[in-house]
Design a protein around this ligand. Structure first.
Ligand code: PLP
Length: 405
């Protein structure tokens, strides 16, 4: 298979990653000669079943889980999140409270808000500080005998901030609550050992780790019940009905195998490039700062808030140069709102608008990072020249917040 590399510089890997050509190669036979249904008894099906078992084993090993039966294949991170939370609410009879954080992905937050608004559950949304760290005291206070499920992301998609998930899970267990983590952004980037924690459910998604879109998995600890949200046939041990997405599953398995191989690279080489990018931009551009927890952050993620400009404008200028990044702002009904993550962190309004995320991958090269460091200062200067709010003598936002001092 020829490997067609994308044009331009892709630094939006937290949105999605390029499928690794070796993943595509592993998937291809399952569209053609190995098309059998893994549930069939004949050899067309049995051979495919064997590969599905191999893929399940790869996911299990990457997570540090103990049993293959703890891995349930789903359509992705969103389904895994929904399946875990909805199941917990039906199996935890007599408990009607949900705890989550203010910085979750909508796959968790929108569901929890819906359940509170329309289904009568009590929702505790735990705040974060200006570095995106969870308010553990507020969490402790919210936990009670009424807590059915706690759902905290392991790493934040916008800032890369990592929550102390083992400790948070242990706290939930003390009151008999189930614990779910949306680990979509951390799986494949940091070594995990889920068996050594008290996590009940963990969500992951194929397309965030150089696998295909539309495939994911939910880890369900042995002994924790999973009430299916999709009912029908007996696939996935009666926990997720429907003929398996075999090509997706094989792709996810291969992506997990490769992630294990590249884990060290991610944490040394990718992190070094990320740090170079960050330091390069901070040295050349005034009135900007890195958001997120400097002590505990994904190695590939860099979110820089540029004061007095709009993130979307930065993205458009970057895009003209063939550089893909992402912004915390979402254009809703004509007004540019900073993201819920920036608002939860109380990032000053003048800076939250200009928050720009650069997310690297194992495919990112040093030449690309050098090109971005060269390009960004001129873009910021051009946009600030157009901004009615910009004045280089204005005090920096850092001065407003001791955490940035
Ligand atoms: N959770 C987090 C933290 C994410 O970043 C994403 C994807 O953006 C999702 C969940 C949703 O995953 P999927 O796209 O596989 O549904």
């Amino acid at each position: 298979m020829t490997d067609v590399k994308p044009q331009g510089i892709y630094l939006d890997n937290n949105a999605t990653t390029r499928v690794d050509p070796r993943v595509v190669e592993a998937m291809l036979p399952f569209f053609t000669e190995q098309f059998g249904n893994p549930s069939s008894i004949h050899s067309f099906g049995a051979d495919v079943g064997k590969t599905v078992r191999w893929a399940r084993d790869q996911v299990k090993t990457l997570l540090g889980a103990e049993h293959d039966s703890e891995i349930v294949f789903t359509s992705g991170g969103t389904e895994s999140d929904n399946a875990a939370i909805l199941s917990a609410l039906t199996t935890q009879k007599g408990r009607d409270e949900i705890i989550t954080s203010a910085v979750e992905h909508p796959a968790v937050l929108a569901l929890c808000e819906y359940l509170a608004k329309h289904e009568g559950y009590t929702l505790h949304v735990i705040p974060v500080d200006s570095l995106g760290r969870l308010d553990v005291n507020a969490y402790d206070k919210a936990l009670s005998e009424n807590t059915a499920i706690v759902s905290f992301m392991w790493a934040n998609n916008e800032t890369g901030t990592i929550f102390p998930i083992s400790r948070l899970a242990a706290m939930a267990k003390k009151v008999g609550a189930l614990f779910h983590t949306d680990a979509v952004q951390i799986v494949g980037k940091m070594p995990l050992n889920v068996a050594a924690t008290e996590i009940d459910f963990l969500s992951l998604s194929g397309h965030k780790l150089h696998g295909p879109k539309g495939i994911g998995a939910l880890y369900v600890r042995r002994g924790t019940r999973l009430r299916p949200i999709i009912r029908g046939g007996h696939q996935e041990r009666d926990r997720r009905a429907g003929t398996e997405n075999v090509t997706g599953i094989v792709g996810l398995g291969k992506a997990c195998e490769l992630a294990m191989e590249y884990m060290e690279h991610e944490n040394i080489a990718v992190k070094a490039l990320r740090d170079k990018l960050e330091q390069g931009i901070l040295a050349k551009v005034s009135h900007c700062f890195v958001t997120g927890d400097p002590a505990d952050r994904l190695p590939n993620t860099c979110n820089i808030a540029f004061e007095y400009i709009e993130g979307e404008a930065i993205l458009l200028f970057l895009n003209r140069l063939g550089i893909a990044a992402s912004s915390g702002s979402a254009c809703t009904s004509g007004s540019l709102e900073p993201s819920h993550v920036m608002r939860a962190m109380n990032v000053p309004f003048t800076a939250a608008h200009g928050a720009t995320r650069f997310s690297l991958s194992r495919e990112t090269t040093e030449a690309e990072i050098d090109a971005v460091i060269d390009a960004v200062p001129a873009i910021i200067e051009k946009l600030r020249a157009l901004s009615p709010f910009w004045d280089k003598d204005t005090p920096k936002a850092e001065a407003f917040d001791p955490a940035y001092a």
